[in-house]
Design a protein around this ligand. Structure first.
Ligand code: MEV
Length: 325
C-alpha cells in the first residue's frame, strides 16, 4: 500500500570470518547486530529533498531533485542522496522528500552505518512509491549505491542489513545463505581507533599485486576457515569456532592489516580464557571479537578494558530491515 510517510530501520553488522578474502571471490560470514539505523522518509510537495541527521550535525540540508547526480554530495549524506538518485533514476520518479535519520551507534565503530542507512532509504522509497522490491532487488540496488559512492566493497554489510541474522555470503550477493544458529557468545572490544576501509582494502590489493602467490595462498586458507566455521556455527561447536577465529586472525596478521591495538586486545582476551579472538572488519583499528564461555565473560571483558579497549554491548544474529511505521 502507498504511504506518504515511512519509518524504516536496519541493523549494523559484525564480520565474523573472511574479511578481505571476500573481495577476491571467497566467502565470508557476517552477523547483524541489535544496534540499528532509523530513517524516516516523508513525501512532500515541491522538488526539494531536505535532510536532518542530528548525529552527523546535518541540519536542514536541502538539494533540488534536478541537481541529483550533478553535484558533489556532502560526505555525511552521500549514501542517502546516492540512494535517492539511483532509485529515482531507475523508476523515473521526481518528488520532494523530507528525511530524518537517527542511529543507535556511532559510525566510528565500523558497524556499517552507511550500508544500513542505504538499505533503509531504498526500502522506504519502495514503500512510498509503491514499488515491489524483494530482498534480492533491494540488495542489488543498495550494492550499486555503495559501489558508486565508495568504489570498493563486497556487499556483505548490505546483506546483513537486508536479511539480518547470520549469513554465509559471497561477493556481490552471488551466494546469500542465512545460517541457522542459536546463540553467539561474543564479546566486542573497540580499539578506539577509526579505521579507513578503502585504505586497508587498497593496502591488501597492493600486497596481492606484488606477492600474488603468497597472498593467494592466504586467501585460500581463509576460504577453508570460513567453510569450517560455517559448519562449527551450525553445530554450535564453540571450541572449534574459537580455534578457527585464532587461525583467521593469524592470517589477517600475515596480510599486515592487524594493528598493535588489535593484537594486544585479542591476546588479552585469549589470556583471560577466550576460546578464540580476532579482529572484525577491515582491520587497522575498529573492533575485535572474542568468543567467550559464560563463566569467562566477565574476566575477558575486564582484560580487554585493561588493555585499552572499550567494550561494546551488542546482541548478534538480529532482525534485518523492517518497517517501523
Ligand atoms: C570490511 O569490513 C570488510 C572488507 O572485506 C571489505 C568488504 O568486504 O566490503 C575488508
Amino acid at each position: 500500500m502507498k504511504k506518504s510517510n515511512v519509518l524504516v530501520s536496519a541493523p549494523g553488522k559484525l564480520m565474523l570470518f573472511g574479511e578481505h578474502a571476500v573481495l577476491y571471490g571467497n566467502p565470508c560470514i557476517v552477523t547483524a547486530v541489535d544496534q540499528r539505523v532509523y530513517v524516516n522518509v516523508e513525501k512532500v510537495g515541491g522538488e526539494s529533498i531536505k535532510i536532518n541527521a542530528p548525529e552527523l550535525k546535518i541540519d536542514n540540508y536541502s538539494i533540488k531533485v534536478s541537481d541529483l547526480g550533478g553535484v558533489d554530495y556532502p560526505k555525511e549524506v552521500k549514501f542517502v542522496l546516492k540512494a535517492i538518485e539511483v532509485f529515482f533514476k531507475k523508476y523515473k520518479i521526481v518528488s520532494g522528500l523530507k528525511i530524518d535519520t537517527k542511529s543507535d551507534f556511532s559510525s566510528l565503530f565500523g558497524f556499517g552505518s552507511s550500508s544500513a542507512v542505504t538499505v533503509c532509504m531504498v526500502k522506504a522509497l519502495s514503500k512510498i512509491f509503491d514499488i515491489e522490491v524483494d530482498n534480492k532487488s533491494l540488495f542489488d540496488i543498495c550494492f550499486k549505491v555503495v559501489l558508486e559512492v565508495q568504489g570498493v566493497g563486497s556487499g556483505f554489510d548490505i546483506a546483513a542489513a537486508v536479511w539480518g541474522g547470520t549469513i554465509y555470503f559471497v561477493r556481490g550477493g552471488k551466494v546469500i545463505k542465512p545460517l541457522k544458529i542459536s546463540r553467539l557468545p561474543l564479546v566486542v572490544g573497540y580499539t578506539g581507533i577509526k579505521a579507513d576501509t578503502t585504505t586497508l582494502v587498497q593496502k591488501v590489493a597492493k600486497l596481492y599485486k606484488s606477492h600474488e602467490k603468497k597472498i593467494g595462498e592466504i586467501f585460500a586458507s581463509i576460504r577453508v576457515i570460513v567453510e569450517k566455521a560455517k559448519i562449527a556455527l551450525e553445530n554450535t561447536d564453540y571450541l572449534k569456532l574459537g580455534e578457527l577465529m585464532d587461525e583467521n586472525q593469524k592470517l589477517l596478521e600475515d596480510l599486515s592489516i592487524s594493528s598493535i591495538e588489535l593484537g594486544s586486545l585479542t591476546k588479552a582476551a585469549r589470556r583471560a580464557g577466550a576460546l578464540g579472538a580476532k579482529l572484525s572488519g577491515a582491520g587497522g583499528g575498529d573492533c575485535m571479537v572474542a568468543l567467550a564461555n559464560k563463566s569467562k565473560t566477565a574476566k575477558i571483558r575486564e582484560a580487554i578494558e585493561k588493555s585499552g579497549g572499550v567494550i561494546i554491548d551488542v546482541k548478534f544474529n538480529t532482525e534485518g530491515v523492517r518497517i517501523e511505521k
